[in-house]
Design a protein around this ligand. Structure first.
Ligand code: GTP
Length: 596
């Protein structure tokens, strides 16, 4: 189709505001799907996604729409993962579009994720069409949603379309607005093909299938394209689009969206956001490319050591459809052989673990997650450290910087004090607060990523009785007083529990870990010391007392000195045992602690 009749858009929304329901409606109304014969909600396909209600990955869908002006348009709906863990993926997908539908639940109003997503869309200069959804609900408050659009997001409230995806209200207006308000794609005037590869998945028969948006020139089977950032040349085998099932097309023209296949075996060979061009007459790369780097690392170990190979195979399978997930072999004294895995964020980590457990039926244990620290050595070199085991000795370190995030927390007014306390407990700095409406405020603050890894989200939910929401974007690196905390069992460091923590938090964490370890380490013949240490300094200690046989049992009556002698002898023996013996800790004990 000629570019003037193409519109590329995506839908951005906070979780549960109705993105999937609305997508479904649009597919329906344009006759792209005849009946709701497929799964209840078409665009979310993975089981886990449906359960958690987050869209991780879906295809761009091409719809045909006969508009009121008598012309027929090709509308490409490009799905984005809603969560900021995947913010680079979101911005890649957004950059394949000229516009975005912004959905706001009329009963809930603007939420944290709405803000984060609108920021991303504005950075890409997209035309935003606000849609106030769920107007059928009895407690819908359209006026308030409009005020929030203006005050928080600087989007004119009057430009909003009122809709109910559930009842099918406003669908026509939305389609018309897509045609009228979103600009048609324009060629870039480069000398040849420029196409953006914004996502990929693995197909057993076709190999890697890459989602593309053509910005200039045309993409067709048989041509040799150069992947500018990967530096590879590949021959295009097939091009096509999704409706929503894939179908083959002769070529993709300027502004069109679809997929291509080539002889690409591993998704890692196509970088997200790479530019495809004609290998014989190359054009420059499209702007905005970034390498994706995992932000959060954790060790994943099989609970049953015999499962190691099995785990390796499954991690490789997962990676096929998730090029942002990285892993490499590592071993731990405590946990045996396993893998160091890299994730985009905490949610990504949870999803991978869940999928391993559920889809692949694996029994696994994950170590305490770590962020990537930037360590400047005294000789001026800079190292990136994602594993506490590799943090150099303190004497050689000039400074340690940690990644920070800009977090948006939205909560009811009455919890603002508790929320500020939580932010400061997590070493955060409150930047500013804004009033959203008569009930809620938004706190914008700068927080260390490390501090929000574990329980931040749960804490917000529990403090606000479920009414708070939080989202974040990656901000800067900032210097921080971080130390390595080691846990020692009878003087031996147990690697699985080493972690990098802020100096102010080292003691409490050391004490908590020591107490937990004490609970799970079985009693030995001799006394066992559990210690938390920073460098050589012990900051926490617990003792597991020894198993004791009553050696004085056969000593009826008699002189007290005889009893004492027996006890002294026992003490000697235990001391000797301790100097030779190593503490035998079952793996389950470690797992118990890591689970806590
Ligand atoms: P995620 O995929 O979790 O991001 O959610 P989503 O934004 O795709 O929301 P989804 O379409 O799954 O809708 C969430 C819930 O809201 C579902 O229970 C829908 O039935 C309901 N819902 C969606 N649109 C409307 C609407 O217009 N009115 C009412 N009353 N409910 C709606």
């Amino acid at each position: 189709m000629d570019a003037a009749h193409i519109r590329n858009f995506s839908i951005i929304a906070h979780i549960d505001h109705g993105k999937t329901t609305l997508s479904d409606r649009l597919l329906h109304r344009t006759g792209t799907i005849a009946t709701r014969d497929m799964e209840a909600q078409l665009l979310d396909s993975m089981d886990l996604e449906r359960e958690r209600g987050i869209t991780i990955k879906a295809h761009p869908v091409t719809m045909t729409y006969a508009a009121k002006n008598g012309e027929t348009y090709e509308l490409n709906l490009i799905d984005t993962p809603g969560h900021v863990d995947f913010s680079y993926e979101v911005s890649r997908s957004l950059s394949a579009c000229e516009g975005a539908l912004l959905i706001i639940d009329a009963a809930q109003g603007v939420e944290a994720q709405t803000v984060a997503n609108v920021h991303l869309a504005m950075k890409q200069n997209l035309t935003i069409i606000p849609v106030i959804n769920k107007i059928d609900l009895p407690h819908a408050n359209v006026a308030q949603a409009k005020v929030q659009l203006e005050d928080i997001l600087a989007i004119p409230g009057d430009s909003a379309i009122l809709a109910s995806a559930k009842e099918g209200i406003g669908i026509e207006e939305i389609l018309e607005a897509i045609v009228e308000r979103i600009p048609a794609p324009k060629p870039t005037n480069a000398p040849s093909l420029q196409a953006l590869g914004f996502d990929s998945f693995f197909d057993t028969y076709k190999g890697v299938v890459t989602h593309v948006r053509v910005f200039n020139g045309e993409l067709k089977a048989g041509m040799t394209v150069k992947l500018l950032h990967s530096g590879k040349n590949v021959e295009v085998k097939e091009v096509g689009s999704f409706n929503p099932k894939p179908y083959i097309r002769e070529k993709l023209l300027v502004g069109e969206t679809g997929y291509f296949t080539a002889n690409i075996k591993s998704p890692k060979d196509v970088k997200m956001g790479d530019t495809l061009t004609d290998s014989r007459n190359p054009s420059p790369a499209l702007p905005g490319f970034k390498e994706i780097h995992p932000m959060v690392f954790s060790g994943i170990y099989p609970i049953n050591t015999a499962d190691y190979e099995h785990l390796k195979a499954n991690l490789a399978k997962l990676q096929l459809n998730d090029s942002a997930f990285a892993f490499q072999a590592e071993s731990s004294v405590a946990l045996g052989f396993g893998f160091r895995c890299g994730f985009l964020g905490l949610l990504h980590l949870e999803i991978v673990q869940e999928r391993l457990r559920r889809e692949y039926n694996m029994d696994i244990i994950a170590t305490y997650p770590s962020v990537v620290y930037r360590v400047t050595m005294t000789d001026g070199t800079v190292k990136e450290i994602d594993n506490p085991a590799f943090l150099p000795e303190a004497n050689y370190i000039e400074k340690i910087e940690e990644p920070m995030v800009k977090a948006f927390i939205i909560c009811p007014n009455e919890y603002i004090g508790d929320m500020m306390a939580l932010v400061s407990e997590k070493r955060g700095n409150l930047d500013h607060t804004e009033t959203l409406d008569s009930r809620r405020v938004m706190l914008t603050s700068l927080l260390p990523l490390n501090e929000i890894l574990i329980d931040f989200h749960d804490r917000i939910k529990s403090i606000t009785r479920g009414f708070g929401s939080m989202d974040y974007e990656h901000a800067t690196y900032s210097q921080s007083n971080m130390v390595k905390l080691d846990m020692l069992v009878n003087g031996e460091s147990v690697d699985a529990f080493s972690c990098i923590v802020h100096r102010d938090k080292a003691e409490s964490r050391g004490r908590a870990l020591a107490a937990k370890l004490k609970e799970v380490i079985p009693t030995q013949q001799y006394q066992v010391a559990i210690q938390g240490a920073i460098g050589g300094k012990i900051i926490a200690r617990e003792t597991v007392s020894a198993m004791r046989k009553d050696v004085t049992a056969k000593c009826y009556g008699g002189d007290i000195s005889r009893k004492r002698k027996l006890l002294e002898k026992q003490k000697e023996g235990k001391k000797r045992m301790k100097s030779f013996g190593t503490v035998n800790i079952p793996q389950e004990a470690f797992i118990e602690v890591l689970k806590a």
